[in-house]
Ligand binder design. Structure first.
Ligand SMILES: O=C(O)CCC(=O)C(=O)O
Length: 288
């Protein structure tokens, strides 16, 4: 098994088909090196200061991490609201929800000497399983070249189809998401994966953003990390993605707000972000 790799000009329908089939795809050439370098530069000092604060069996002993890293790396905004991330989230999540939202934003730097992370699925905090419904999609942005030696993410292709149970399924058939800097590994919340060990002499930096259906609780509290005065500086699309929008309407409304300050909090999603995504969503749905 491999993870199918596409370049950024590939047909969206082909990428969606591979993501549905394998539970993960790579898309190369999505962000230019200047943007990658700005994000990496903004992350540097906070990673060096507190990246090892969360050391644990799961996080690893030699992996630096930052939660909600948009706060310290504003240059990552274009990644979080990237057309490709949004188009693939549209295709995977909108069949099960009216909107979706960012759940977490984590910088992950695997240092030399780190051992492979335990394989896991990112949707495990949600204690439900609905046949055929994906609740989450993750995008791992490569801020360095991801190689076999430096800890490129390990993925078990097809594992999104494993049934959910207390028993760990056979996970031997993992492959690594080897990809150049500026690419993204896009994977479903149900796909088993984890970071690789770093046998090189250089660190490997990545940024994972996860998106969940709009009716679930976000893993990180985005309203506290990005309060209204901060969110006001973001685009309407990014604000909506952070959760500053409602899910549903009428009696099914979730996340309602009837105050009038700031006015954009109560904008319906159609006014802020759905319109410009309509075409890609239609195209992706046509392929399903
Ligand atoms: O760093 C990676 O390649 C993956 C990390 C990961 O899956 C996680 O920490 O949840």
């Amino acid at each position: 098994m491999t993870i199918e790799s596409f370049d950024s000009s590939a047909e969206l329908t082909d990428i969606v088909e591979a993501l549905r089939r394998d539970g993960a795809v790579i898309v190369t050439g999505l962000i230019d090196s200047q943007n990658v370098d700005s994000v990496a530069a903004e992350l540097r000092a906070p990673l060096d200061r507190s990246g090892l604060d969360g050391v644990s069996d799961f996080n690893g002993a030699r992996t630096q991490r930052l939660d909600s890293s948009l706060v310290v790396a504003p240059s990552s905004a274009p990644l979080l609201e990237h057309d490709m991330a949004v188009a693939l989230a549209d295709a995977m999540l909108l069949p099960h929800a009216v909107t979706y939202q960012i759940s977490s934003v984590n910088a992950i730097e695997v240092l030399p000497g780190e051992t492979p992370q335990v394989l896991h699925r990112d949707d495990s905090p949600f204690p439900i399983s609905m046949a055929g419904a994906e609740l989450m999609i993750g995008v791992m942005w490569a801020l360095d070249d991801f190689t076999q030696e430096n800890g490129a993410t390990r993925v078990v292709p097809g594992s999104h189809r494993f049934i959910r149970s207390w028993h760990v399924p056979p996970l031997d058939n993992w492959v690594q998401a080897v990809m150049p800097k500026g690419s993204a590994l896009i994977y479903l919340g149900s796909t088993w994966h984890g970071s690789g060990g770093n046998r090189s002499n250089r660190a490997r930096l990545g940024l994972i953003t996860t998106y969940i259906v709009g009716w679930l609780r976000q893993e990180e509290n985005q309203y506290l990390y990005n309060p209204p005065e901060v969110a006001a500086r973001f685009s309407p699309r990014l604000r909506a993605l952070l959760g500053y929008t409602c899910h549903g309407a009428g009696e099914d409304l979730l996340g309602s707000y009837s105050g009038d300050n700031p006015a954009w909090v109560s904008e319906p999603p159609e006014a802020s972000w759905r319109v410009d995504r309509g075409q890609v969503a239609k195209k992706a749905q046509a392929s399903s």
